[in-house]
Design a protein around this ligand. Sequence first.
Ligand code: NAP
Length: 249
Amino acid sequence: MTSGKLADKVAVVTGASKGIGAAIARALGAEGASVVVNYASSRADAERVVDSILASGGKAIAVQADVSQSSDVARPFEAALAAFGRLDILVNNAGIYQGAMLSDITEELFHRHFNLNVLGLILATQEAAKRMGANGGSIVNTSSVLSTLSLPGNGVYNATKSAVDGLTRTFAKELAPRKIRVNSVNPGLVETEGLHATGGMQHRDHMAMITPLGRIGQPTDISPGVVFLCSDDSGWMTGESLYLTGGLR
Ligand code: NAP
């Protein structure tokens, strides 16, 4: 028996080797959940996240899977059942973003974004729903403030996150009879490895200026909201979007 808000729960966090997903995995582990830390290619980063959860007295394993591939996506969920015996929580966090103005949008960019941010979320949700038990569970989707805040140069990414909000509302209604709640967190700009890699940090000062609380976010600004949505504290909440943006809308 472990203690914490998520004691004895089992969670899969997709895209948990870096950034927001890594902070979410650590926060769920700190609240007593056993965590499957999913990654696509960064095994060493995923193992570092696992090690930090183990060092704090939690339980975690790293499992590779490209969640946009139907041939891969079951693996983290099978591993959750094999290692920990049940599944209670899915955080659909894996996602990519690359800015492009209308004239620069290519079919490749469109499919790359929709295959992971939208299809990957659907495939992972199917796998989770199959395995959650009679007590239900909680699914949290990492959306974005950009699902509703339309800034130039982000058309395809914005569209994927608008789709995430729509799927959140629809799957919440479909899965409610099984006591599976589905909500999203919608972060503002957050400093992550991905943001650095895609040049997003060049927007830091402007985004901080238009953010009422005056700064961009850190991954640990997002993870407590996910813990809330995974715990019984949000037990009568489903189909909602929790904006964590420093007031930016
Ligand atoms: P990040 O630093 O780039 O990390 C992305 C994570 O996703 C990594 O763990 C990566 O694993 C994993 N991943 C990539 N492709 C995958 C695939 N096909 N299958 C499984 N995992 C995959 O990203 P982030 O900035 O933390 O963003 C995480 C989520 O938050 C995304 O959904 C993003 O859209 C959303 N978000 C980010 C911000 C922001 O400003 N950073 C704001 C709003 C919303 P590998 O390392 O193994 O590749």
